[in-house]
Design a protein around this ligand. Structure first.
Ligand code: CAA
Length: 284
């Protein structure tokens, strides 16, 4: 099936980034969320990201306009009835994702692939609520989506090899590099990354270092562009906590136990860049 129109469910940091790269690759995108304010925020993020690319002479302002013009807003999942491919990118809540997959299964044509940008929830559990488990797959983009090359592709128990091939082709057209991972909690990226972030937070909690020294040591020790605490702020501390809980429950192994300091920050609503304060402070 030739893909022309892509539905993206969820206009947050990831959904807006995915819409931008899909529209930049020439696809028409329907960007769906439940409230206008979420769609507005997503479209503003796309506008700023495109503006940044214009300033860096990566695209012209006419191209930026064409890319934005390919994105249509939507508040009803039914608007996705004629799309050729779906990427779901709502918050990391299994019940919510399953509910959306159940609805999409009824709304979208039977040959349409339903992918999820989940960073940790079982693809097999999303496939199980649909009548097309062979067409359900994980397509895990990395934040910031316009910049990061990787798409971690996750095959559920019944995902077909045709579906994997279509997603690999689509990823390459979007200028990304697809890499396979099996469907176990956290896949590869978050199973490894979140343990490092959690240990960075434990170092702060136990007074082994300051936020700056922990980040500086890890940047220069491992040649990472960001330290674990800066990166946690970029991802969102609520998302980090959610993923650690999924790893902790999924493997039953204490090595994934979320740091109490992380829980305290989330309870306080200090979620990182998106709220203006996490381990660091950000201008609003
Ligand atoms: N849109 C478009 N372009 C952007 C952008 C955006 N949102 N953000 C950055 N860029 C571009 C910049 O314009 C710049 O382009 P040039 O190289 O042409 O100058 C380039 O990206 C680098 O940006 P900056 O110079 O502003 O800043 P930087 O060099 O510090 O890079 C960064 C910023 C790309 C975010 C870098 O710090 C980085 O790679 N950080 C690590 C990101 C990471 O680890 N992400 C994983 C998150 S985990 C995840 O996503 C998995 C999960 O499930 C939770």
């Amino acid at each position: 099936m030739q893909i022309k129109n892509i539905g993206v469910v969820g206009a947050g940091i990831m959904g807006s980034g995915i819409s931008q790269v899909a529209a930049s690759a020439g696809y028409n995108v329907i960007l769906n969320d439940i409230e206008d304010k979420f769609i507005d925020r997503g479209l503003t993020a796309i506008f700023h990201s495109l503006e940044r690319m214009v300033k860096k002479d990566k695209i012209t302002s006419a191209e930026a306009k064409t890319i934005s013009g390919r994105i249509t807003r939507s508040k009803k999942l039914e608007d996705l009835s004629d799309v050729d491919f779906v990427v779901e990118a709502v918050i990391e809540d299994k019940t919510l994702k399953q509910d959306i997959f159940r609805q999409l299964d009824n709304i979208c044509h039977s040959e349409v692939i339903l992918s999820s940008n989940t960073s940790s929830i079982s693809i097999t559990s999303l496939a199980a609520v649909t009548s097309r488990p062979e067409k359900v797959i994980g397509m895990h983009f990395i934040n910031p989506v316009p910049v990061m090359k990787l798409i971690e592709v996750i095959k559920g128990l019944d995902t077909s090899s045709e579906t994997v091939k279509s997603v690999f082709d689509l990823a390459e057209i979007m200028g990304k590099v697809p890499v396979m991972a099996e469907d176990f909690p956290g896949f590869v990226s978050n199973r490894v990354l979140q343990v490092m972030i959690n240990e960075g937070i434990y170092c702060l909690y136990e007074g082994v270092g300051t936020r700056e020294s922990i980040d500086d040591i890890m940047k220069m020790c491992a040649n990472h562009p960001m330290g674990p605490l800066e990166l946690a702020d970029l991802i969102g501390l609520d998302t980090v906590l959610n993923i650690l809980n999924i790893l902790y429950e999924g493997y039953g192994d204490p090595k994934y136990r979320p740091c109490p300091l992380l829980k305290k920050y989330v309870e306080a609503g200090l979620l990182g860049r998106k709220t203006g304060r996490g381990f660091y402070e950000y201008a609003k």
